[in-house]
Design a protein around this ligand. Structure first.
Ligand SMILES: Cc1cc2nc3c(=O)[nH]c(=O)nc-3n(C[C@H](O)[C@H](O)[C@H](O)COP(=O)(O)OP(=O)(O)OC[C@H]3O[C@@H](n4cnc5c(N)ncnc54)[C@H](O)[C@@H]3O)c2cc1C
Ligand code: FES
Length: 260
């Protein structure tokens, strides 16, 4: 379907928030993604996957970092321009099963968009903000996105940057390790970011017996389970049972223990 650009705002150097207006209502679960075909000219030929950062009625937000050709073209879109959007695709996060469960999120860099959508959805479902914890770290102030909005939400928020230019200085996983012991069970953990960060989050959470959901990123061509371009191999004990998994169709959200 065609999405019309409502705005394409620069958040900080190299990061944008794109709002598209779709012809129909979009019913999306946090963690799902869309494929965006950035150019009608056929270059680049393949659409690009982006997590849904927010969706309501016929509005769809994507928050992206300019990396190469496709996102470079996206960054030049102006209000009123059109792109082809496919989705929502894939499986999203499962919502906590009971109202007293603490919700812990750990985001790294441009891993924040799907967790931002999850946050907004939990708050809409009237989950108490006191039960929600977000640990969010990035390289520096420019890469730490949506800070004003996150700070205004009234959740338990821990921000860090590697260089100390915003929030605490250090790795977000170190702050997570320090603080998670103070969070009383039951709790569930959602994490999106670099593999090395998600791996550490799974390791720390495993010791506390908190279930973790991770969201994987791979290159994608079709986004619908046909091309096998996004195939990943889970750990041996899961591979025996599940075989290879497609990030676009079986994920991108998976139980953390499948891979880490
Ligand atoms: C399920 C999913 C959700 C995503 N959500 C977001 C999001 O919310 N915001 C966001 O900014 N990005 C997101 N991405 C990554 C995004 O799709 C890529 O950054 C984008 O496709 C790059 O396109 P490009 O044409 O600009 O770069 P290209 O010119 O295609 O590549 C530029 C560089 O980026 C690398 N690259 C491209 N795609 C990926 C990838 N998927 N993983 C790792 N490296 C890659 C290439 O190897 C190359 O080095 C997501 C990816 C997936 C699979
Ligand atoms: S991207 Fe084609 S099978 Fe997943």
């Amino acid at each position: 379907m065609k999405g019309r650009v409502a705005y394409n705002n620069l958040l900080s150097e190299g990061y944008y928030r794109l709002r598209l207006i779709l012809p129909v209502e979009i019913k999306a679960v946090p963690g799902q993604f869309v494929m965006v075909k950035v150019s009608e000219s056929g270059d680049p030929f393949l659409p690009r996957p982006f997590s849904i950062a927010f969706a309501s009625e016929n509005r769809l937000d994507v928050i992206y970092k300019v990396k190469g050709k496709g996102t470079g073209i996206l960054a030049r879109l102006e209000t009123g321009d059109e792109v082809i959007v496919t989705g929502p695709l894939g499986n999203g996060f499962s919502f906590p099963s009971s109202a007293d469960t603490k919700v812990i999120m750990v985001a790294g860099g441009v891993g924040i968009p799907p967790l931002y959508f999850l946050l907004k959805s939990l708050i809409k479902k009237k989950i108490s903000r006191k039960r929600i914890y977000l640990f969010y770290g990035a390289k520096n102030k420019d890469s730490l996105l949506l800070t004003d909005e996150l700070e205004a939400l009234g959740i338990n928020l821990f921000l860090s940057t590697d260089d100390g230019s915003y929030g605490s200085k250090g790795l977000i996983t170190d702050f997570y390790l320090d603080r998670v012991k103070e969070i009383e069970p039951p709790a569930v953990v959602y994490t999106v970011g670099p593999n090395v960060m998600m791996s550490r989050v799974v390791e720390i959470s495993r010791n506390l017996r908190y279930p973790v959901e991770v969201s994987l990123e791979t290159h994608m061509a079709c986004g619908i389970g046909v091309c096998l371009g996004c195939t990943v191999k889970p750990k041996e004990q899961y591979f025996t049972r599940l075989g290879y998994l497609k990030v676009c169709k079986d994920g991108p959200v998976f139980p953390g223990e499948y891979f880490f």
